[in-house]
Design a protein around this ligand. Structure first.
Ligand code: SF4
Ligand code: SF4
Length: 93
């Protein structure tokens, strides 16, 4: 499952830099999570990093995005391909 930030968020900015997938961003009112980028930290950490640091515990699972561990791994791998820049082709002398 992806996670979701509820309206209890106090906009403390702590979670955003902790996300390894750059899935957290400041929305119109509060911070939000892009469910297509959130892997629940699968592939990076054992625990969701945003949940670890949130001082008001306002990041539950998103019931709209129920995903298996395997699906989260696939999302992680897909994101790596998207995020990792393609190495520049070697240029000849
Ligand atoms: S669970 Fe991990 S990947 Fe998902 S938003 Fe939180 S820090 Fe980012
Ligand atoms: S850590 Fe929690 S309270 Fe702070 S911005 Fe993130 S979701 Fe909101």
């Amino acid at each position: 499952m992806a996670l979701i930030i509820t309206d209890e968020c106090i906009n403390c900015d702590v979670c955003e830099p902790e996300c390894p997938n750059e899935a957290i961003f400041l929305g119109p009112a509060i911070y939000e999570i892009d469910p297509h980028k959130c892997t629940e930290c699968v592939g990076h950490f054992d625990e969701p990093q945003c949940v670890q640091v949130c001082p008001v515990a306002c990041i539950p699972v998103n019931p709209q995005f129920v995903e298996s561990q395997e699906t989260l791994w696939q999302k992680y791998r897909r994101l790596q391909i998207t995020i990792t820049p393609v190495a520049a082709a070697p240029t000849g002398p």
